[in-house]
Each structure stands twice: as structure tokens, then as C-alpha cells.
Design a protein around this ligand. Sequence first.
Ligand code: HEM
Length: 306
Amino acid sequence: MPTPQSAILDRNMGTHQWYLHLSRVDGSDLAHIKSVLRSYRQACSQRGIKTVIGFGPSLLRDLTGDIPDDFQPFETVAATDGSGREAKGTQEEVLLWLHSADKGEVWKTQWDARLGLKGHMKVARETMTFIYGNSLDLSGFIDGTGNPEPARDVEVAIVPDGQPGAGGSHILAQRWVHDLEAFQRLPLAAQEAVFGRTKPDSTRLEVQVPTSHLSHVELRNGKTADATKEKRDEISRRSTPYAFHDGTVGLYFLAFCKKQAAFRERLQGMYGLDGQARDQLVDLSNPASGSFYFAPSEETLEAMLR
Ligand code: HEM
């Protein structure tokens, strides 16, 4: 089995994280881009920075024939119930996700990469995130409880041997903007109903209201969130919060899966496109960006950048 990029399977995340999304500009030179990404990988490994490099569909196709099945660009997911809520698609060509305990090293490493890529790739957006308490979202709820056990990450997140893209992983990256004040105005029971878990210790509520987050994302064989049935199409999340100087706060949603369809199904459910009630969470938080990437195996990555 080809080797997955190690940071995908590493649950031990550095406190300081940086997300850099880039796309090619006119006149870009692929050989130059490859050489900068090679140096970037080297710098990360020398400085002990963990990184995952993801590629959008257009650039992946220009660099390798090892393309996973069903790899689509992110298209806006819009509710059709008149609410106007939507998950905006802002597909780019490269995602650099890097993290470490040392913010200075993280800054320097991404700075060198973006400077090296100047004139060939443009930074479309970037977000710095951090770890808050015991893996908390800024709402105060624990984020990650329903993740598969780390030992099952390969089975959940990595394209199996023998398939196109083997050893690689599909990525969903979205920057969600919270209306945190509105959320905090809700009484505790109403906050807990939004997620379907308790606030102090993330205990799963026995009764899931149709608008709870778990009623949309806890996919089971049978009805969603029917705890008597086995889970299906699991994903492995690594989301972290961010806070900008202008007061904008939210969650940087990042998840890995061996199938992109598992992300699309959940997003469509959250926006009520499967005929169910919308996820109440989408009334309290709104994605400012959304893209799909694919993180090829180490072997494919090395061959691509040669
Ligand atoms: C504002 C954005 C979001 C917030 C604040 C959020 C927060 C949470 C929280 C607090 C939980 C319960 C604890 C846990 O299991 O982690 C949860 C569960 C989960 N969320 Fe989200 N989430 C967000 C968006 C999404 C999106 C976009 C997806 C997928 C497309 C997603 C997929 C999941 C899954 C798969 C679970 C676990 C379900 C299970 O137990 O099987 N979430 N989320």
C-alpha cells in the first residue's frame, strides 16, 4: 500500500496552524511550482512542521495520471427552501495545511513558499487557526467526539490499495463564520439540541430532533442518527477554531475521507437537499469558503513533483 502523507493520520496537532489556498496565474510555470513545493516539503521536514499538501482537480490532472475516482470541484450547496442559506464553493488548486507548536516557524515556512510561488500561483485565501481547550469549537462544544478511533483512520480516510489514488485522501476544507452571539443567547438545552450532544462532556442525546447536527451528519445503515444501526461512510475531522482581528470568529472545518461523496452527502443533508429539515447549525454559522482537495500518497507526491 502506498504511504499516506503522515500528517493525515497524526492526531497530535500543533497549536499553531496555517491554511494557505493558492491557484495558478497566467504564464505560470509548472516546473517552477514543482520545485517550490519540493523545497517547501524539505523545509517542513527540517523544521519539524507537520503538513498536508492537497491539490484541486485541475492541477492534480496536470501533474499525475493517478487520479482518484469521483474527484469533483466544490460546487456551492444552496438550500432550496427559501432560507437563502448556502455553503459557498471557492475551489482553488493547492492547499498547504501546516502546523507546529512554534508559530514563528509556521509563519516562515509558509512565507518562503508563497514568495517562491509569486508570479506563478496567487494566494487566494489564508487562515490561521489554533487549538482551544479540550478540542473545543468556539461555541464551547467539544469537536471530534464522534471521530473514528485513530487506529481506524486508514480504513476511513485513505483510498485503499488497488484503486486509483491509493494511499491518498480526499479533503474538505471550509471556513465557517459563526454568529457566536446568537448562539450564546440560546439557553443551554437549545444549544445542546443544535448539535445533539451535551455541552460539558459531549454525551450524545438519546432523542435527536430533526434539526440537530447529528441528524444530518451521523450517517448510519438505515436512517441517519439511528444509533441502533452501524455507522457508514465515516470521515475523520481535524477542525480548529480561528478568530480574526475584526471580530470574525468560527471554525475551520477540515476532514479526510477515502470518498468525496461522503462529504457531499452530509453537506446536502445539512442544507435540506435530501428533503429533510435543514441542520439548525447552518442558521448559526455560514461558510465563507469551501473547497475539495486530494492529498496524494507520499510516492505519488514525490513522482508528481519530480
Ligand atoms: C460550523 C461548522 C461545524 C461545527 C461547529 C460542527 C460541530 C460539531 C460538533 C460539536 C459535533 C459533535 C461532537 C463530535 O462528534 O465532534 C459534530 C459532529 C460531527 N460533524 Fe460537525 N460541525 C460543523 C460542520 C460539519 C460539516 C460541514 C460536516 C461534514 C460535511 C460535519 C460532520 C460531522 C460529523 C461526521 C460528526 C460526527 C457524527 C458522528 O458521531 O458520527 N460537521 N460537529
